[in-house]
Design a protein around this ligand. Structure first.
Ligand SMILES: Cc1ncc(COP(=O)(O)O)c(C=O)c1O
Length: 478
């Protein structure tokens, strides 16, 4: 590992940040990652915005719940009743964590994408009988873009140079629609950008939308795991987020919000559990969450997510934010101090930003930077266009960028390693040789073993001795 003194722009404050411990323990924090030089180092997971590792508390809860697991909602057996209770209690815990109002519905779905597709299917038609109108920004993740493009009359507003100007443009568009009788049913907006982490002022958005009778959907995928959020306090009408980004990777996601549209909408899935009665000539559907949760529910996913919500709620909100702010500042400051590194920004006046920092390195393709960070430093980041093609194109990053992201399980030392590794790339170049195979950057003659059955064996067809060794049998550090 590079010594602190060698990392770009390392000040006394940076040295303190480098010592920061994770706020909460996560599973796999010390998992060894093999390097091309034969060493192995603790894996630095700086890709938590894509999928976050499980909190230890979540893993423990799942382990404790497994012996209690049985069928839900239908079984008369003791464990069926216990499991039903666990599922419904988890629903309440999750709803409370995001400040659901008494009459809100909390639906357990698969992920944010699922939640947004579900809501799109419940969007009321406009007065002319055509699909309802929805206003979105071009900064959205595709999950908060494509459902509206497909199921609604979507208007895409180009984000402006500042957060204030973006909110003003949204306000103008909402008012203009209402003035000509084409009011928007919904403003669907991200809680935090999955590209820059930046946050728009939710209170202003809600005020502008509600002033003309438009509801607000917040895509909370990147916000909820990193900031306290309350539907009741903000007035946001609908919130979607994912368990796997909230340190509970057990297949559950959530849609919470106003019941009326959900109860009037076509059931998302047709099947058992969503119906009161079925006749050959017609069906009576439930209302409430059951209406959209046909099939056997994901009890363990819901329990896991509830455990994550409890663990996050137990952390002091300022401590949670302070930890991520410090890591983010060090990432931005350290990366920007390296010649040829550019940090992607949307809004210089953004009042807040979660721990997502996206950058480019002059002279290197994003895929090569990501491959280098993994192969030579054991650091996991994401490269590409982050399911935000319209935004990346508008900002001039059509070829993609590299995204690093942090969370409650991130240590300062991991951020320091990334800054040092990018600095070393710019100063000395990569030590291994890289090439593109089937559109993917790989190490030429990659000697690293890959986990058996990972599907990566084919990619590393040229791997040297040890290339097919099981991951658990790595030689000790040289
Ligand atoms: C802002 C945002 N919205 C939606 C999604 C989609 O989340 P999921 O893949 O869990 O459905 C993501 C995923 O990266 C995201 O970052």
């Amino acid at each position: 590992m590079t010594a602190l003194a060698e990392t770009p722009a390392c000040t006394d404050v940076d040295a303190v940040v480098a010592q920061l411990a994770p706020v909460l323990p996560v599973v796999g924090h010390d998992t060894p990652a093999p390097l091309v030089d034969g060493r192995r180092v603790p894996y630095a997971n700086l890709d938590v915005a894509a999928s976050a590792p499980a909190l230890q508390a979540v893993a423990d809860r799942v382990t404790r719940t497994l012996p209690l697991y049985a069928s839900v909602h239908r079984g008369a057996g003791y464990l069926s009743q216990v499991s039903t209770s666990l599922y419904e209690t988890a629903r309440r815990t999750i709803g409370e964590f995001v400040g659901a109002r008494d009459d809100d519905a909390t639906l357990i779905v698969r992920n944010t994408t699922d939640a947004l597709n579900l809501l799109a299917g419940c969007l009321p038609a406009a007065d002319d009988g055509e699909p309802g109108r929805v206003l979105v920004l071009d900064v959205e993740h595709h999950a908060n873009f494509l459902p509206w493009q497909r199921s609604a009359r979507a208007t895409v507003l180009t984000g402006r140079e500042t957060a204030a100007a973006t909110v003003a443009a949204l306000r103008d568009e909402l008012a203009a629609g209402a003035a000509v009788g084409h009011g928007y049913a919904l403003l669907a907006v991200t809680g935090a950008s999955n590209v820059t982490g930046e946050v728009l002022p939710v209170a202003d958005l809600v005020e502008a939308a509600h002033a003309v009778g438009t509801r607000v959907l917040l895509d909370g995928a990147q916000l909820v795991p990193h900031r306290r959020f309350s539907l009741a306090e903000t007035g946001v009408d609908y919130l979607a987020f994912s368990g796997h980004k909230t340190y509970a990777p057990f297949g559950a996601g959530v849609l919470v919000g106003r019941r009326d549209w959900l109860d009037a909408g076509t059931p998302y899935l047709a099947g058992g559990g969503a119906v009161r009665s079925v006749r050959v000539d017609g069906t009576e559907w439930h209302d409430g969450p059951a209406r959209h949760e046909a099939g056997s529910p994901n009890v363990l996913g819901a329990v896991a997510l509830a455990a994550a919500c409890e663990a996050l709620a137990d952390v002091d909100a300022d401590a949670l934010r302070g930890h991520e702010d410090a890591l983010r500042r060090r990432l931005v400051g350290g990366l920007e101090a390296i010649e040829g590194v550019e940090v992607v920004r949307l809004w210089p006046d953004a009042a807040d930003a979660v721990g997502v920092v996206t950058f480019t390195v002059s002279g290197y393709e994003p895929g090569q930077v990501a491959a280098y960070l993994s192969a030579e430093h054991g650091i996991g980041v994401r490269d590409g266009r982050f399911c935000a093609h319209p935004l990346l194109s508008r900002l001039g990053y059509g070829a993609g960028a590299v995204r690093s992201s942090v969370g409650v399980g991130t240590a300062g030392e991991e951020v320091e390693r990334l800054v040092a590794a990018v600095g070393a790339l710019v100063a000395d170049g990569p030590q291994a040789r890289y090439d593109v195979v089937d559109g993917l950057w790989i190490v030429v003659d990659d000697p690293r073993p890959v986990p058996e059955g990972s599907g990566l064996e084919g990619l590393l067809a040229t791997a040297g001795p040890g290339g097919d060794e099981a991951f658990g049998c790595l030689p000790e550090d040289a």
